[in-house]
Design a protein around this ligand. Structure first.
Ligand code: ARG
Length: 467
């Protein structure tokens, strides 16, 4: 137990003894919510202006607190701020320091306010500031994918590789098409985060502990002051709503899953078995024991850390489940998962971006895999369809030729040439590079639609970037 004087809390009035060390160690959120310091200071600035606006503070009192808040900002940003053992959280720390600086006037800062509305206001401000930074990193990865897709090309020398289903070679696709597939998925991630921000854009300030105040507070004034789209409609909801954190965590989880899927592909592509890409030395790791190894650890961690980010989402959902209105201390558990997911997704986006930007593709290996004769099987069936044959029958004929070829009865080219319904014209479809050019469906994998897609993606990217 500790009753030392310097651990006086904000709520000590009702208590005859100070808090136990174990209580502070267990309940304090300062170690992680100090990241909200700037948002908390801005929240206090708006609150103080709001109090003066309704004449609860005089102009002089407002200015003296605002000045103290400037000093706290300087101390925080320069690292000179000294935290006290009684600072349970960032809100307590800022208020304590303001009161040290401007005495009795500083003690008016918390008028009509609770940490319940204050902490969630700060968190919403933080999200509005930080989520756009993650979006920028997503855009940077999309730009890299677009650059690499343009390099891979759609012309006569366009790079193509097998497209897979069930990790079995299926049909050839342009490399540009494959890369842009991930780009579109990331575009949906941006839309999702922006949509979540729309609902996060509500000011809870003025809700107080749970019910508002008997003082003439004006939540619309402080909402406007803080740049929120609107104030809360219901004070109980305002202090207990963490939907916005869950939605952002879901958006981040979805990005993590997309990055994980990209990561898995690059683990395969950089293996000797595939050999489709070679990592730049700066973006690969070695083995402490096996001298020959060059590993794709960034790609593996993008895959591995997705589990952790999903854990952040599920952890918070579990915390929220069954919480009665309004504020409960459980809600303090909103911040760590959010910060962790933001950090991990930001790091993954930058690392994967650098890895993909600097890697060398190996077109010969991709083409060799995509030019396997069996990759033309669907084109052969569609050749028969063009001649009027029902697709099921065509599928059967080509399937039988593939089986005979695999049984050693001859090359697929020879068997196709000898087949009366197919012949030499059909056999020409098996030649290297022919199949990929046959895919003409809009949105499909061939040069013609991919040329269109590159234009569309580039236009969409401009809107993702500038919205
Ligand atoms: N650190 C707390 C949080 O992040 C602040 C709210 C504490 N409120 C209370 N009434 N104990 O949620």
């Amino acid at each position: 137990m500790s009753t030392q004087e310097n651990s006086k809390t904000l709520w000590h009035g009702r208590f005859s003894a100070g808090p136990a060390d174990e209580l502070m160690a267990y309940t304090a959120s300062l170690p992680f919510d100090r990241r909200l310091w700037l948002d908390d200071i801005n929240c206090s600035r708006a609150h103080v202006k709001g109090l003066a606006h309704v004449a609860i503070l005089t102009g002089n009192e407002r200015d003296s607190i605002l000045q103290a808040l400037d000093t706290v900002e300087n101390e925080m940003s320069s690292g000179a701020f000294v935290f006290a053992p009684s600072d349970e959280d960032i809100h307590t720390a800022v208020e304590r320091r303001v009161t040290e600086i401007c005495g009795a006037t500083g003690a008016k800062l918390h008028t009509g306010r609770s940490r319940n509305d204050q902490s969630v206001t700060g968190l919403r401000l933080w999200c509005k500031r930080e989520v756009p930074l993650v979006v920028q990193r997503v855009v940077a990865l999309q730009e890299t994918l677009l650059t690499r897709a343009r390099e891979a090309g759609t012309g006569d020398d366009a790079v193509y590789l097998p497209g897979y289903t069930h990790v079995q070679r299926a049909q050839p696709v342009l490399l540009a098409h494959h890369l842009l597939a991930h780009g579109w998925a990331l575009g949906r991630d941006i839309d999702r985060l922006r949509d979540a921000l729309r609902r996060a854009d509500v000011s809870p300030l003025g809700a107080g502990a749970l019910a508002g105040s008997s003082l003439p507070l004006d939540p619309s004034f402080t909402a406007k002051e803080l740049g929120f789209a609107r104030p809360f409609e219901n004070s109980l909801d305002a202090v207990s709503d963490r939907d916005f954190v869950v939605e952002i965590l879901f958006g981040l989880s979805m990005i993590a899953i997309h990055l994980s899927r990209i990561g898995e592909e690059w683990v395969l592509w950089t293996s000797d078995e595939f050999g489709f890409a070679v990592l730049d030395d700066g973006y690969a790791t070695g083995s402490s024991m096996l001298p020959q190894k060059k590993n794709a650890d960034i790609a593996e961690l993008a895959r591995g850390k997705a589990g952790r980010v999903i854990g952040d989402l599920v952890g918070l959902l579990t915390t929220l489940k069954g919480l009665p209105l309004a504020y409960n201390r459980d809600l303090q558990e909103d911040k760590e998962p959010l910060f962790d997911a933001m950090d991990q997704v930001s790091l993954a986006l930058s690392a994967l971006n650098g890895m993909i930007e600097t890697a060398r593709f190996v077109p010969e290996r991709m083409k060799a895999a995509a030019d396997a004769p069996t990759m033309a099987a669907t084109d052969l069936a569609e050749f028969l369809v063009r001649a009027g044959m029902p697709f099921r029958d065509a599928h059967g004929i080509v399937g039988a030729l593939v089986r005979r070829s695999l049984n050693g009865e001859g090359s697929l080219v020879d068997l196709v040439t000898a087949e009366p319904t197919l012949g030499a014209d059909a056999a020409a479809l098996i030649a290297p590079g022919v199949g990929v050019r046959m895919r003409t469906t809009p949105g499909g994998a061939g040069p013609q639609p991919v040329t269109e897609q590159l234009k569309k993606f580039s236009a969409a990217l401009a809107s993702w970037k500038n919205a």
